[in-house]
Design a protein around this ligand. Structure first.
Ligand code: HAM
Length: 404
């Protein structure tokens, strides 16, 4: 025997139980997005690396350490997409999607790639389903996004908290940054090395540090919410009013900054306290379209991490009433016809390829969780009948095929 080839570290096969959860999540999100009238776009997996450098930001973990980049045969730098927003913005601009309408609501689904250290719920290829609203600056759009996230959590019966914060705008953030840097300079000695390095290049990212001693220090750092200009403050208040009046629970987390640089004003994450992980995240990014060459267009959106959400989904043993058709003797064509009669009525039906006697066949049907075994021998065929065995109840009846 030759050596077995394994999948690449961090790249996983999804099947069985996990796949049932996976589909449950994506179908649920799709259904909610359909009701909110979002339109699907299938985006490429490969983009120019520059797209992500210019959007996610040079001084972020994703761009500095986690991107799968490579050169094509002409020496151009390409990247496997680490997320969907940048590609959606690129497509929005490239196809002039703003031309025929004042705003546009898009969603996408597919694999994303980040070179992270794999662990439970963290992969190098993972899946997101995300949505973006382009062209609406009003807090009502942020509300719609968070409302959708809440509906997803409710529908999937997942108990996590939605945390929100505001990162202000280009008008009010500089003053905050300045004070934050002053603060960080004062406590520099006690910061971890990564924070020391980031403090000057991208001070806001410092607040996202997971090191316990740093987190303790940041408790007394200046907070963006105290620096918001009137417009940003009004926006954040309006959003909270909308959430309150819809009874959507949330908590304000003043140190929520997100791992990508393009955000302005609203940011949010659905966080599991028990598992110490974020499963859904997003926010507003009013400057990104312009930054990538479009005209100024406010935008907001979210993305569900499918694998991570699957971790929190309780068992979804869906009881599907499946049939297995078991032929004995020279009855195969008749049995195939019977299987198709049942399929036409919408039942999932397996035509048994297993060899062996009735006892073996029924054991197999039981083990594989089929609800009904349709047993067909030559007698049944000549009479236009089948023997139907209810595997759960253990009862057996003979039926004409018209009665199936
Ligand atoms: P993000 O927070 O980087 O945001 O990713 C969103 C979700 O993707 C995370 O909450 C997590 O569930 C999942 N995720 C991220 N990395 C991994 C990984 N290595 N393995 C498994 N799951 C992972 C974004 O990507 C933004 N584009 C969201 C957004 C849309 N903002 C506005 N619009």
């Amino acid at each position: 025997m030759s050596d077995e080839i394994q999948s690449v570290r961090g790249f996983h096969d999804i099947f069985g139980e996990e796949l049932v959860k996976f589909r449950r999540i994506t179908l649920t999100v799709r259904e909610i997005l359909r009701l909110h009238n979002f339109e699907e776009i299938i985006l490429p997996v490969v983009e120019y690396a520059e797209l992500f450098q210019r959007s996610i930001g040079e001084i972020t973990d994703i761009v500095q350490k986690e991107m799968f980049t490579f050169q094509d045969k002409k020496g151009r730098w390409l990247a496997l997409r680490p997320e969907g927003t940048a590609g959606a913005v690129r497509a929005y601009i490239q196809h002039r999607m703003y031309a025929d309408r004042p705003y546009r609501k898009l969603f996408y689904e597919g694999p994303m790639f980040r070179y992270e250290r794999p662990q439970a719920g963290r992969y190098r290829q993972f899946h997101q389903i995300g949505a973006e609203i382009f062209g609406v600056g009003d807090p009502e759009a942020d509300f719609e996004i968070i409302e959708i996230v809440y509906k997803i959590l409710k529908k999937l019966n997942i108990d996590v908290v939605i945390e929100i914060n505001s990162l202000g705008c280009l008008k009010c953030r500089p003053a905050y940054k300045e004070d934050l840097v002053k603060f960080l300079n004062k406590v520099e000695e006690n910061l971890c090395n990564v924070c020391k390095e980031r403090k000057d290049k991208n001070p806001l990212r410092v607040l996202d540090c997971k090191v316990e001693t740093c987190r303790e220090i940041f408790k007394s750092s200046p907070k963006m919410l105290d620096y918001l200009c009137e417009e940003c403050k009004g926006h954040f208040e309006k959003l909270q009013n909308l959430l309150n009046s819809s009874e959507i629970p949330y908590r304000v987390n003043t140190s929520l900054v997100r791992g990508l640089d393009y955000y302005s004003r609203t940011v949010f994450e659905a966080v599991s306290d028990d598992f110490n992980t974020t499963i859904i995240a997003g926010g507003r990014y009013d400057y990104l379209v312009e930054q990538l060459g479009g005209s100024p267009t406010p935008a907001t959106g979210f993305a569900v991490g499918v694998e991570r959400t699957a971790l929190l989904l309780s068992d979804v043993a869906e009881y599907v009433e499946r049939y297995i058709v078991i032929p004995f003797g020279n009855v195969k064509e008749y049995a195939i016809r019977v299987a198709n009669i049942l399929r036409r009525k919408g039942h999932p039906v397996e035509f048994s390829y297993r060899k062996g006697g009735l006892r073996k066949q029924l054991e197999y049907a039981d083990k594989m969780g089929f609800r009904y075994a349709v047993i067909i021998g030559e007698d049944e065929m000549h009479e236009g009948k089948v023997t139907l065995k209810d595997m759960r109840e253990g009862v057996q009846v003979t039926k004409n095929i018209e009665e199936l």
